[in-house]
Design a protein around this ligand. Structure first.
Ligand code: SF4
Length: 412
């Protein structure tokens, strides 16, 4: 079958041609080029010390040799995890590939792995440490690989919101709570811990509806953070009208709502978003349908509600991968998720037409910060008996974060 070629692409920043070490300390924290390039980063966000000059100068062949040597010498003691949004140059070294929760669970089930190197972003490495066994050490190759969405819900702001809501709506009476806190997997460990301690849970993009149903059996309303879009899309699919959803802006008193709006709300959506998925628009979908009649449009639930409504299918990264893999040869797909994953889908399914809905190449700024040079540096240090860029979560936070994760797992 002959298919039309995929549309041409350009970059959202000329700096995407630079290697990530151009953005290391001593520059102040910033997300770097890519989808989060205009987001405001917290001043206390972790920074990556300058990658040693030796590693900045290595060519791909030498980096490859060093990474493969470390993998061979460390054997099963080393486990490299690759998130779907990582570039191909990293994914090729991953022992396991997946979304953040799947990877953390799989790593914890590999007790022989003393070192878990998470090629993803900061909250993912934290989740791996929360679920890890005591002897396992989790490493993030570049400390500046945070997540702008996770950073949009800061622990102090969530605590302030909770205090304000409790003052307005009261505390639990009988079997129900006025508010159940639910955090998306894409959040700091401190917020998962907060949910554990306050009768809430974690959710993923695959199980958000199950978790919300669980929450509505126990409480009158849900405080959902940090991604307003996953919360709104899920609540909308459950039949909750938009009038019963409010947005909580942490910079405004009562989140920018009146007391009555909060009393009537079924879901209070934190004002956070993923800058990668916010790029997708209804106009892009309409254009794809004009250019490729009959095309399937599939998007991630971190996209805005009108985009999800205009798509044929929406779901998690794992669902997107599975649906395209199971489709017939010659089928056509316009995909609304991170470009590295879409490119890999193109390579893995040459018999199908697959392209990113966004005609501009704009990867996740922080996934982009992981490069083989940082991986080689972290692994060479392991061979020398040193652990660099270890991610640790304190014992109390770990305990309550596990409580929240276990509530989610109990729903399966
Ligand atoms: S794709 Fe979005 S949610 Fe995922 S790490 Fe990047 S900014 Fe965060």
């Amino acid at each position: 079958m002959t298919t039309l070629p995929a549309p041409p692409l350009t970059n959202c920043s000329p700096q995407l041609t630079l290697d990530p070490w151009h953005f290391d300390a001593p520059l102040p924290p910033h997300y770097g080029p890519g989808a989060s390039q205009t987001d405001t980063i917290p001043l206390n966000a972790p920074t990556q010390p300058q990658l040693p000059a030796e590693y900045r100068a290595l060519d791909q062949t030498e980096l490859d040799r060093r990474i493969r040597r470390a993998k061979a010498e460390l054997g099963e003691r080393l486990l490299i995890l690759g998130h779907h949004y990582q570039r191909d140059e990293i994914i090729k070294y991953a022992d396991l590939r997946g979304d953040s929760f799947k990877l953390s669970e799989l790593a914890a089930a590999r007790p022989e792995a003393d070192y878990i190197v998470f090629c993803g972003v900061h909250f993912m490495a934290e989740s791996a440490d929360v679920l890890a066994q005591p002897h396992q050490q989790v490493i993030l190759p570049n400390m500046a690989a945070g997540c702008s969405m996770a950073d949009m819900a800061h622990e102090d702001d969530v605590l302030d919101a909770w205090d304000a809501l409790t003052a307005l709506l009261g505390t639990a009476s009988g079997a129900t709570q006025p508010v159940i806190p639910i955090t998306y997997m894409n959040s700091a460990a401190a917020l998962k811990s907060f949910c554990g301690e306050h009768g809430g849970s974690v959710c993923t993009s695959s199980n958000a509806e199950h978790v919300l149903r669980w929450a509505f059996e126990r409480g009158e309303r849900v405080l959902f953070f940090p991604d307003q879009h996953l919360g709104r899309n899920t609540a909308w699919a459950m039949g909750i009208p938009l009038e019963q959803m409010v947005v909580w802006d942490p910079r405004r008193p009562l989140g920018g709502n009146t007391p009555d709006q909060l009393r009537q709300a079924r879901i209070i959506l934190w004002k956070g978003h993923c800058s990668v998925h916010k790029r997708f628009t209804v106009q892009q979908i309409e254009q794809a349908r004009r250019d490729y009649p009959g095309i399937n449009v599939i998007v991630h639930p971190e996209c805005e509600l009108p985009v999800v409504q205009a798509a044929d299918i929406y779901g998690s990264t794992e669902l997107i991968l599975a649906r395209i893999a199971a489709s017939a040869p010659g089928s056509q797909w316009a995909v609304g998720t991170e470009i590295s994953m879409v490119r890999r889908l193109q390579q893995e399914h040459p018999d199908k037409l697959i392209f990113c809905l966004d005609p501009v190449v704009c990867p996740c700024s922080t996934m982009y910060r992981i490069h083989p040079a940082y991986l080689a540096w972290a692994l060479d240090n392991l061979l020398a008996g040193q652990v660099v860029n270890r991610i640790t979560v304190d014992a109390t936070t770990k305990h309550w974060a596990r409580v929240a994760l276990e509530r989610m797992l109990a729903l399966h």
